[in-house]
Design a protein around this ligand. Sequence first.
Ligand code: ADP
Ligand code: ADP
Length: 227
Amino acid sequence: DRWIEVDGLHKIYRPRKSRPTHALSDITFTVRRGEFISVVGPSGCGKTTLLKILAGIVRGSEGTVRVAGRDVTGPLPEVGMVFQAATLLPWRTILQNVMVPVEVRKLDARVYRERAERLLGMVGLDGFEGKYPHELSGGMQQRAGICRALVHDPAVLLMDEPFGALDALTREYMNVELLRIWRESGQTIVFVTHSIPEAVFLSDRVVVLSPRPGRVAEIVDIGLERP
Ligand code: ADP
Ligand code: ADP
């Protein structure tokens, strides 16, 4: 039941005009299906790099990465990713933005439109379907971005500090909403944050990375019984 397997992963960035950076060193951990795992660690320890490797956007230098039983050599259809800032297309409405993954994958728009509308309702964006991104606050745009990542019901959801730009209250609200969506969907979630309280609140387990090059310092089992 190992849904994500990272084994002996190293990442060395080799930019043309500057010195190489050893970003990740010998990372090994597994994630069970349906588990909510957080990755914490200081700035620059390679959290984003790790997530991008899982997403198939960046290649590891050494080691193996498997998601849903397959080697990751590029973006897999069962994986969705939420970036730090919502990157909505300004010329499309909120609903049209949320539907982008459905279009890209050529899924049945009629089936998924209903899901898109329901997700927008869950994050408090009822009635904003036909608005354009500039008509919404930053926090609302970010919530729409989360709906976009969820719309095609990806088995694995990768989230890179998705609520980092939100005010504290909206952030708390979104954390609770995320847990609700997660319980409903049975998704496997990898959540990057620099906030330990947030990681503890959300996760089954927390992977703690040490400063650069990121190594697994500790894997903490939160072991909370959820209501
Ligand atoms: P975190 O998300 O934990 O802040 P990152 O994964 O963004 O860490 O970065 C880890 C290290 O790799 C940092 O030292 C960063 O400067 C470096 N790095 C990240 N992306 C690149 C890149 N495209 N080219 C060169 N170095 C990079
Ligand atoms: P911020 O990102 O500025 O913190 P929030 O996402 O927390 O904003 O928005 C707070 C609330 O303000 C929203 O839930 C919404 O009710 C209201 N709001 C913000 N911008 C708009 C807008 N353009 N149109 C209507 N209501 C808005």
